[in-house]
Design a protein around this ligand. Structure first.
Ligand code: GMT
Length: 389
């Protein structure tokens, strides 16, 4: 199949999922076209069947806001025609599903019928999409997608609760390439980060308020009062400065390292003993899954889709949002001794296998095929009707 993938090209989870999906599909023989404003960060290699088309929005003084959706839908129309793309897969409803729908309609005017698959990732529903500024447009573009997927059962329920949805929502979870992470385990060098007798605790995110970065620092503070440990903070975002100040105020400067953005999360997770994810909301928690596949147990909140990923008492522990004492105590119980830690590490890795790429990518392929069949049938029907008339 020839598939166009529209996503955010940044370090966010939706962009990572879209990029990994595109790369996996290309390895299975599909021709993939990424269409976005910058080459996705995890897109390591452009090969014969992976293409990247940049959406340009030139500055024009009249515009207070540059019309990205317009440029994206025009680019989609042009690329679909040029490369005879058969399926459009948009990740994150805002504004991608809206732009995709416009492209679909423009193409229909020229007798080209293309199905649109929309994947809902989380904040497009739970935070941003819910706002009255966007809600009618988000509802419209979800209901006018040919296939809708959500990354967890919890996100599906949130979507049905908050929007008037007339489409079926298919749950297709985030996934992980277990074999890729197995290889990197051999290159794991923990002495780069901590002394032999120190535990390594990590957190990876976009440092937005929803991630509750201050809770990460406070949980670590409680842990480090009982156990020798280092905290590795990976990512950039608006809460970083506040986190740095808190580290200073708690006197943790020698125990906390801020690494910034990284394309090598597997290397960091490889030498981690514990992963902290105390988010306010989390539709799935790809970062938790990435930790688990690297044999890192997870201390998280029990919000959104996290209970579908992190299993209580097996791959880690889950607590109510803001309960930093319980999260610290749970962390300490895992770090109690090496036998317990190793038991959790093993179980985390095993639990991650449930979301292996080999199980999830064929589900997307199946959805593309059925969407394609459906659109072909309705296109034939329209043709027959036109001939008849
Ligand atoms: O919040 C992020 O980490 C970024 C955000 C995104 O859309 O890029 O992540 C969302 O999508 C990920 C991939 O499907 C999910 O694993 C994250 O849980 C989800 N984030 C939230 O729901 C807050």
């Amino acid at each position: 199949m020839k598939i166009a993938i529209v996503c955010y090209p940044t370090f966010g989870g939706s962009g990572v999922v879209a990029t990994e999906l595109g790369m996996a599909l290309s390895k299975r023989g599909h021709e993939i076209h990424f269409i976005t404003y910058k080459q996705p960060v995890r897109l390591e290699q452009l090969t014969g069947n992976i293409h990247f088309h940049e959406v340009n929005v030139p500055e024009y003084p009249l515009f207070h806001f540059q019309p990205y959706e317009l440029a994206l839908s025009s680019k989609l129309v042009n690329m679909v025609k040029l490369y005879e793309i058969e399926v459009l897969h948009v990740h994150y409803a805002i504004p991608h599903a809206y732009a995709g729908y416009m492209a679909k309609k423009m193409l229909e005017e020229e007798g080209i019928y293309i199905p649109m698959v929309t994947t809902l990732h989380g904040t497009d529903i739970t935070l941003v999409g819910n706002h009255p500024f966007y809600k009618p447009a988000v509802t419209f573009s979800i209901n006018n997608s040919d296939v809708v997927t959500s990354v967890s059962q919890s996100l599906k329920e949130d979507t049905l609760k908050s929007f008037n949805i007339t489409r079926e929502i298919n749950v297709v979870p985030n996934f992980i390439d277990g074999s890729k992470y197995l290889k990197s385990l051999t290159a794991c060098d923990r002495s780069l980060m901590a002394a032999d007798d120190e535990f390594i605790i990590s957190h990876i995110s976009n440092f937005r308020p929803v991630k509750r970065i201050q809770d990460v620092i406070r949980i670590f503070n409680l842990i480090s009062q009982q156990k020798k440990a280092k905290l590795i903070m990976v990512g950039e975002g608006p809460e970083k400065e506040m986190a740095e100040n808190l580290v200073y105020n708690l006197g943790l400067q020698n125990k906390v390292v801020f690494l910034g953005q990284s394309n090598e999360v597997d290397k960091i997770l490889c030498f981690s003993d514990l992963f902290l994810l105390p988010s306010e909301k989390e539709s799935f928690g790809l970062a938790a899954l990435e930790a688990m596949v690297n044999s890192v147990p997870v201390i998280s909140t029990n919000t959104g889709g996290l209970p579908e990923v992190n299993i209580q008492g097996i791959s880690g522990f889950l607590s109510n949002v803001g309960d930093i004492e319980e999260m610290a105590n749970n962390a300490l119980s895992i770090l109690e001794n090496h036998q317990t830690l190793n038991k959790f590490k093993k179980a985390a890795r095993e639990q991650a296998q449930a979301y292996d790429i080999k199980k999830i990518v064929p589900v997307y392929e199946g959805l593309y095929s059925s969407a394609l069949d459906k659109i072909k049938k309705s296109a034939n029907l329209i043709c027959a009707l036109l001939i008849y008339l």
